[in-house]
Ligand binder design. Structure first.
Ligand SMILES: [Zn+2]
Length: 121
């Protein structure tokens, strides 16, 4: 059984309220148990997190658990919540993604911490 994480659940609600008027519904959000999330759809981003559309859940790579600040996790949650209704990184998706207020800062943080993913392999 997947265990919903308290901190991630809290951050999900913050993002849902701030950007989606509390309308996004998910069944769960948790740290990925696997070392590496395999997803070919959009390789770079999906290494950090994944939206499980059929199950309506979000998983976030566990290498971020004790490292990433809240704004980085919120950026990933915001991104994955967009995927509940938008499959691909279309122009529209990118415009919506950048509505996240700390988008640039969060994206930069992830770029600077790619080693966390490599170490977790
Ligand atoms: Zn994506």
């Amino acid at each position: 059984m997947r265990h919903n994480d308290l901190r991630l659940t809290y951050l999900f609600h913050k993002v849902n309220d701030a950007y989606f008027e509390g309308q996004k519904k998910i069944k769960g959000i948790f740290w990925a148990e696997e070392n590496v999330i395999n997803e070919t759809r959009h390789p770079r981003k999906q290494l950090w997190a994944q939206c499980l559309v059929d199950w309506r859940g979000i998983r976030i790579h566990r290498c971020l658990k004790n490292k990433a600040p809240d704004y980085v996790l919120k950026h990933l949650i915001h991104h994955e919540l967009l995927h509940l209704h938008l499959d691909y990184h279309t122009q529209r998706f990118i415009i919506l993604e950048r509505k996240f207020r700390q988008y640039k800062k969060a994206d930069l943080w992830l770029d600077r911490h790619v080693h966390l993913l490599r170490q977790a392999r």
